[in-house]
Design a binder for this molecule. Structure first.
Ligand code: H2U
Ligand code: ZN
Length: 349
């Protein structure tokens, strides 16, 4: 038997350098037969305007508010916000056994475009630029509240991800404490920065650029790759080449380049299974109003659930719920597949 440890063939764990967590990779197992659940694909033939959609211009939302006849992006306070501004500040701690802390926050919904039928990959570059500028503006404005410590900008796309409406939109949740994923990533980035005086992701980008095994593409300001430690089959990250702590610091050139990266990545995703590709995606950046975070390096995560086709998704169950996330196809295989896909959206071919 070949005794050399081989990332393409032997079961192994990989370290997520941002969180300190591990993923189990089982590359020998990709031929496993599938007789499990097949998802329904939602039909992708939506009208440009849907009179029943709560995001379309001029329509009435669930709580009775009326959307303006907007022509670009449109932001509103979430009518069913998970976090509320006027929450009383109180903590509960009974012998360290029953512990609860009140959480204040603000939640917003961002409609990406008045056009009901389009999603990110089908929007024009300048329309995506407008979305990024809205994110930037919201980030700066929400950061002005002295009680807000973290601002999460994200998009939940597709019915399979529990997205409530196909109209292209994202959300922003701003809150009074730092959430778990951000605490983990802060800790890891801080300790790397303390030793190396360089951001963890700058060093990571250098090694990925040298190896060229997991990079899908790059432009002047951003690299798009499947991280070495990816858990979801086609998980990716967009990482800024410049070490900046947050979206507020992007220049006009960086905004254009980010729009380009977002469009290209989501086109590849749609092309993979020739379907409107579902995912949860969002950016991670430094907390606000608290301490200095020189170690923080802006990036975006894309977590798509699909595994094998538009209808077969990966389940995070069993061993994964009880012990550790696990994957079969390697991140290198996923990156090669995505890299080789056309740059033109399948609907336009
Ligand atoms: P998704 O991104 O997961 O689809 O969630 C959409 C949000 O839109 C959801 O948080 C809000 C819901 O509370 N919403 C409104 O604010 N007003 C409405 O009229 C319907 C939905
Ligand atoms: Zn709509």
């Amino acid at each position: 038997m070949d005794q050399l440890f081989n990332l393409d063939a032997n079961p192994h764990t990989r370290l997520n350098i941002l969180t300190g967590e591990k993923v189990l990779v089982s590359p020998h197992r990709t031929k496993r037969p599938w007789q499990g659940k097949i998802e329904d694909v939602s039909p992708d033939n939506r009208p440009k305007y849907d009179p029943k959609c709560y995001l379309c211009p001029g329509n009435v939302r669930a709580d009775g508010a009326v959307n303006p006849e907007y022509t670009d992006c449109f932001v509103f306070q979430n009518d069913f916000a998970a976090l509320l501004e006027d929450t009383p500040l109180e903590n509960l701690n009974e012998d360290g056994l029953l512990v609860a802390n009140s959480e204040r926050g603000l939640c917003k919904v961002v409609s990406f475009s008045p056009k009901h039928q389009l999603t990110l990959p089908e929007l024009e570059n300048d329309e995506i630029v407008s979305i990024i500028k809205i994110w930037q503006k919201e980030f700066k404005e929400l950061g002005q509240y002295d009680w807000i410590e973290y601002i999460q900008i994200f998009e939940n796309k597709g019915e399979i991800m529990g997205c409530s409406n196909p109209h292209p939109h994202g959300q922003i949740w701003a809150q009074s404490s730092i959430p778990e994923e951000i605490l983990k990533e802060t800790k890891r980035q801080k300790s790397y920065y303390a030793v190396h005086r360089k951001s963890l992701l700058s060093a990571y980008l250098e090694i990925e650029q040298k190896k060229q095994e997991r990079i899908l593409f790059e432009n002047d300001y951003f690299v798009v790759l499947v991280p070495f430690w990816a858990v979801w089959p086609y998980e990716t990250m967009i990482i800024s080449k410049r070490h900046v702590t947050g979206i507020d610091l992007f220049t006009a050139s960086e905004i254009t380049a980010l729009a380009d990266a977002l469009k290209q990545l989501t086109i590849k995703y749609d092309n993979l299974f020739e379907t409107s590709f579902p995912y949860s995606a969002g950016m991670h950046q430094a907390p606000v109003n608290d301490l200095d975070y020189p170690e923080w390096h802006w990036h975006m995560h894309f977590y798509p659930p699909l595994l094998r086709s538009a209808t077969v998704k990966k389940f995070m169950v069993g061993y994964e719920m009880l012990a550790n996330p696990q994957r079969d196809i390697t991140p290198e295989f996923a990156a090669a597949r995505l890299r080789d896909l056309p740059e033109i959206h399948y609907k336009k071919r």
